[in-house]
Design a protein around this ligand. Structure first.
Ligand code: ZN
Length: 304
C-alpha cells in the first residue's frame, strides 16, 4: 500500500551552494499526492512536483523548478523517502535548496523514522520493466532488465588512488538494505574542482563536515571514509533519488556504468518516452520490513 509520514517534522541545515541556513519541514500527504516540494519564502507559494518534467538542471546536483521557484539538491532527501518506501509527502523549504546535512541521506532517514510511517489504504503503483532499455554516453551507460523487484548494480571508475574501480552487484533495494548499506554514504568532491566552485561562488556551504574531499592522492577528511567503497555507495544513493522522479517505484534490474545525475535523468526520460518497455499497475508490495530498535539507535548515533 502507499505510505506517508505519520506526523509533520522539521530540521534545519545549511544549503550546500548558498551556505545559508534553510529550514525543511515534511508534512503527511494524501494517497496519490506523490512527493511535492514547496518554497515557503516566496510571495506566491509555488508547488513543484518531484517529477522528471520539473527538472531544470542536473549540473552538480538535481534541481527542480516551476515558474520562478527552484529547489536544488533534492536527490538525497528523495533517496531517503523512496528508500523507506514513502510515496506521499509535502516538502516545505524556506530557501532555494534542500539542506546538505552531513552530505548523505542519513539525517533524512532519521527524520522520517522520528516522524513515523503511516500506511494508507490505496495500493501503490509501480513501473514494471517488460523489455530491456539502455542509454549510453561514450563509456557511460545505464541499462535496465526485467526483475521481480528493484535491483541495482553500479560501477564507478576514477583514475584516483583512493577510488579506482568500485562495483556493487545485484543489490536488492529495500528499506533495510538502504538504511544499513547506502543511506550513510556521503557526497564527494576533488579539491581542485571544489576550489573552482568556490571561486565561482558555488559550494559555499561545502566543507569537510558534509563532503568527502580528495586531493590528488588521498581523502582529506580526518576520520576517513565510512566504507572503503563509500563512493560507489553514494552513487547508488544518488541514483535512487534521481529515479524518484519517475513518480513511482521501478521493478527491474538497473545496471549503471559510470553514471551521474545527467545520465540518470536521461535514463528516466528515456524510460518515460518508451512506455512500450514497461507496464504500470497497482500491486501490493512484498514484505516492507521495519527496522529493529537497535538499528534505529545506530542511525541516531550516526547522525548525532
Ligand atoms: Zn549525491
Amino acid at each position: 500500500m502507499q505510505r506517508t509520514i505519520a506526523e509533520k517534522i522539521s530540521c534545519t541545515g545549511i544549503g550546500l551552494h548558498s551556505g545559508e541556513p534553510v529550514q525543511l519541514t515534511l508534512h503527511p500527504a494524501r494517497a496519490d499526492a506523490g512527493i511535492v516540494f514547496a518554497r515557503t519564502d516566496l510571495h506566491e507559494p509555488v508547488d513543484v512536483p518531484a517529477l522528471h518534467s520539473a527538472v531544470t538542471s542536473t549540473r552538480l546536483a538535481t534541481t527542480l523548478g516551476a515558474g520562478d521557484a527552484t529547489i536544488g539538491t533534492v536527490e538525497h532527501l528523495l533517496a531517503a523517502l523512496v528508500g523507506l518506501g514513502i510515496d506521499n509527502v509535502r516538502v516545505e523549504v524556506d530557501g532555494p535548496e534542500i539542506p546538505v546535512m552531513d552530505g548523505s541521506a542519513a539525517s533524512f532517514v532519521f527524520l522520517i523514522r522520528a516522524a513515523g510511517v503511516f500506511e494508507q489504504d490505496v495500493p501503490r503503483r509501480s513501473l514494471r520493466i517488460r523489455r530491456p532499455i539502455e542509454v549510453r554516453d561514450g563509456d557511460r551507460a545505464i541499462r535496465v532488465e526485467p526483475a521481480h523487484d528493484l535491483r541495482v548494480s553500479y560501477s564507478v571508475d576514477f583514475a584516483h588512488p583512493a577510488i579506482g574501480r568500485q562495483q556493487l552487484r545485484g543489490l536488492a533495494i529495500d528499506g533495510e538494505l538502504f538504511e544499513q548499506e547506502i543511506c550513510r554514504a556521503r557526497t564527494f568532491g576533488f579539491l581542485r574542482e571544489v576550489e573552482v566552485l568556490w571561486r565561482n561562488g558555488l559550494a559555499r556551504g561545502g566543507n569537510l563536515d558534509n563532503t568527502v574531499v580528495l586531493d590528488d592522492f588521498r581523502v582529506l577528511n580526518r576520520d576517513g571514509l565510512r566504507w572503503p567503497d563509500e563512493f560507489v555507495r553514494h552513487k547508488v544513493l544518488d541514483l535512487l533519488g534521481d529515479l524518484a522522479l519517475l513518480g513511482m517505484p521501478v521493478e527491474g534490474h538497473i545496471v549503471v556504468e559510470r553514471g551521474g545525475h545527467a545520465l540518470h535523468q536521461r535514463f528516466v526520460r528515456t524510460l518515460l518516452e518508451h512506455p512500450e518497455h514497461w507496464t504500470s499497475e497497482p500491486k501490493l508490495p512484498a514484505s516492507t520490513r521495519r527496522p529493529a530498535r537497535a538499528r534505529r539507535a545506530a542511525t541516531a548515533r550516526a547522525t548525532a
